[in-house]
Design a protein around this ligand. Structure first.
Ligand code: ADP
Length: 607
């Protein structure tokens, strides 16, 4: 059977020693860098697993679960004849958990040939400090460097000594057998055989078919192969002629050349060539590497500038050594253009958003300053006229003082309305919900307008089915809505009329209705009534106001998630209705911060 061994490169030498001892089967080794020293991605492992699964009848993973993505990655291959040998890290796979435990209990940092020679650079960097070899040798309190001799595979004592001296540690070299790892591999092979037979018996193909080379020629990707010296291009997909208008001959001649003379014309040739050749040198020195991924621009055979994404991978021979390098070239110009367009759009949107935010901020500042300027002179007028009205007994002075007082309070209310409207327009109007009893709130308002009702010679009836109706709402805003509607009802109902307030509950809402027997509103006017500054022609001269009360009431109701509308009453007059949703009904016992506790003195005057 043909078996692929995806092997942690730290054990490559040992796996190579074991493989010739196993008869009958044929092996291909796919090395993967150890994740304890290199930050390799799950994709890098997957790349090797993919290759093995495509080319072999079974795949055995000789890699520790120290890579966090390994197990979930293997789940993706559940249909293939694939298995991982036991062991959380390379040392557990080489020596077995008991022996590893023994060495680690002596606070040893464990090393073999590869750790001490090929990855000397990385090991030195991490040695004794924040070593990524953490699963094997704990990073703190290392007291000894322990190197291993696996049968004929000898570590160079000079190297072990040098590393130990660098870290200021004693060292020791131990002889170990490869039996443990050999048994693990052998038992995985036995299981693979059983599964293979079962697959054949059930009619399943033991391995996926390899992609035929002819397919490469029709694929949109350009594949190239460089020999293992890294100096000659041995293959290039003929599709390059169609995709980049460069002949295969031109490509072969110029791709690796440092001269920028025709053919594959790089924009920053020397940088790209040196990146690629550094990668190849590194791979050859160490035996493997993470794939190289680079993006750059070239001029194609038609003289057009194209964006290229190139990916380069080492290709391994059956013994795990590098046989060649396989690369992929993709023309990503369209993708890059779209990416650039998206970046431009995003930047454009960001600057517009910034501009808008500045405008909003300026408007808020302006409104604040305006309100402050208007209110400053108004406050002493309100206070003085208050004192005058309560102090004066004689007419006509009392009447005059009361008029000044009423005018000042009205003006103050208008300024508050303007401020609320501005806040609503720029989206900063907010409500603060607390549990409140709608019946208590309505009764409170009725009491507040009692004098006004009497003066206008109007009768008011309050109808409610229950004694308490609790909801979560902003008491100040709800009070403002009710006062607006009631003030309008009083204003637009002639003497000896009747006003009704109804408050009741439906399955989803609390409903308030203010019904008057006044002059009513025509159907054509109803459509615009809730728009700011909209006042009926007939009322402009007769009544004061700015046409903001209903617009604001609508905003406040909607901020609570409710609705407000007007209808004509049966005979004459109007019915204003608004709803406040009761998504989370409030029980009286939960009423901790009730409306009563929070009640503020009401400053604004009723019209
Ligand atoms: P204002 O401050 O002008 O009263 P509103 O937004 O409260 O502003 O009302 C807008 C207009 O709607 C009023 O000018 C009036 O013409 C009309 N209106 C409001 N309520 C009533 C009502 N109960 N009966 C008749 N007309 C009304």
């Amino acid at each position: 059977m043909k078996i692929g061994l995806v092997t942690c490169a730290s054990m490559l030498d040992q796996v190579r020693q074991i493989v010739p001892l196993i008869p009958q089967d044929q092996f291909v080794i796919y090395p993967v860098l150890p994740c304890c020293l290199f930050a390799i991605s799950g994709d890098t492992i997957r790349n090797q697993v993919d290759k093995s699964v495509l080319a072999n009848e079974a795949t055995i993973i000789i890699y520790g679960s120290c890579h966090p993505e390994l197990n979930s990655l293997l789940d993706m291959y559940c249909d293939s004849n694939i298995r991982k040998i036991e062991g959380n890290n390379c040392w557990e796979m080489l020596l077995g958990p008991e022996r590893v435990e023994k060495y680690l209990s002596q606070n040893s940092w464990l090393g073999n040939n590869s750790f001490l020679t090929k990855w000397n650079r990385e090991v030195s960097k991490s040695f004794g400090s924040e070593t990524r070899n953490g699963q094997v040798a704990s990073s703190c309190g290392i007291e000894e460097l322990t190197a291993f001799r696996f049968e004929s595979n000898q570590p160079d004592e000079e190297i072990v000594k040098r590393e130990a001296q660098k870290a200021g540690l004693p060292y020791s070299i131990h002889n170990e057998s490869l039996d443990y790892l050999k048994n693990l591999i052998q038992s995985a092979i036995d299981k693979a055989h059983i599964e293979n037979e079962a697959r054949i018996a059930s009619g399943l193909s033991p391995k996926a078919e390899l992609i035929p080379l002819s397919l490469l020629e029709t694929m949109k990707e350009i594949i190239y192969i460089i020999d293992n010296s890294g100096k000659t291009v041995t293959f290039i997909s003929p599709i390059i002629e169609k995709l980049l208008s460069i002949t295969t001959k031109e490509f072969k001649m110029t791709f690796l050349s440092t001269q920028n003379k025709g053919g594959y014309l790089y924009k920053k040739r020397s940088q790209i060539i040196s990146k690629r050749s550094a990668f190849i040198t590194d791979c050859l020195e160490r035996g493997f590497e993470d794939p190289l991924k680079i993006e750059y621009q070239i001029i194609n055979g038609k003289g057009e500038c194209r964006w290229i994404r190139e990916t380069l991978n080492p290709q391994f021979k059956a013994d795990g050594s590098i046989g060649a390098f396989a690369g992929r070239i993709e023309d990503i110009t369209e993708w890059k253009t779209t990416e650039q367009q998206l970046t431009d759009l995003y930047q454009n949107e960001a600057s517009l958003r910034h501009e808008l935010e500045t405008q909003i901020q300026n408007r808020i500042e302006f409104t604040r300053a305006l309100v402050h300027e208007l209110k400053t002179p108004l406050t002493p007028i309100m206070a003085a006229s208050d004192t005058l009205s309560s102090g004066l007994k004689q007419e006509p002075w009392l009447n005059l003082a009361q008029n000044i007082n009423k005018g000042a309070f009205n003006l103050n209310k208008r300024i508050d309305e303007l401020l609320d409207l501005a806040r609503g327009e720029i989206g900063v109007l907010q409500i603060k919900k607390i549990p409140i009893d709608c019946i208590e709130l309505s009764a409170d308002i009725i009491q507040y307008i009692d004098a006004k009702l009497r003066k206008a010679n109007l009768r008011l009836v309050f109808e409610h089915d229950e004694n308490t109706i609790f909801i979560e709402a902003d008491p100040d805003r709800l009070r403002q809505v009710l006062l607006n509607l009631l003030s309008n009802a009083i204003k637009y109902t002639p003497g000896s009329g009747l006003i009704k307030i109804k408050c009741f509950r439906t399955s989803t809402d609390v409903v308030f209705q203010i019904i008057d027997s006044g002059i009513g509103i025509s159907s054509s006017d109803m459509a615009y009534l809730f728009e700011p500054y909209h006042r009926l022609e007939r009322d402009r001269e007769r009544f004061d106001g700015m046409g903001l009360g209903l617009a604001l009431s609508k905003r406040f109701v909607e901020l609570h998630g409710g609705r407000i509308w007007v209808e004509n009453a049966n005979e004459h007059g109007s019915i204003f209705t608004f709803t406040i949703p009761t998504l989370t009904p409030v029980k009286p016992e939960h009423l901790k911060l009730g409306y009563k506790n929070k009640r503020k003195s009401y400053e604004a005057a009723v019209n």
